[in-house]
Design a protein around this ligand. Structure first.
Ligand SMILES: [Zn+2]
Length: 86
């Protein structure tokens, strides 16, 4: 029985591309010896994705998140700015 692991970086959790589950079983690797090409099997639906693909997904989410943060900061700045006099 392989351990169930979550693929998480910087508080962002990768999810299964088919069912959005977040628990994976690394195939043929212990939790501490997962390599980029280790197939990660979703414990909910059995879909398989290489570990690297899950890391890339986290990277994409991190980019989306930082863009959203940037938008929020911009929106807040726009609010505190005095209205333009024209
Ligand atoms: Zn799944």
């Amino acid at each position: 029985m392989w351990p169930r692991v979550k693929v998480e970086l910087h508080g962002i959790v990768a999810d299964c591309p088919s069912c959005h589950g977040t628990d994976f079983e690394p195939q043929g690797a212990a939790a501490d010896s997962i390599a980029s090409q280790t197939p990660m099997i979703c414990t909910a639906c059995g879909a398989r994705a290489p570990y690297i693909q899950l890391l890339i997904q986290i990277g994409d989410k991190a980019i989306t998140r930082s863009l959203e943060t940037l938008e929020r900061i911009r929106a807040q700045r726009a609010k505190v700015k005095p209205p333009p006099r024209e």
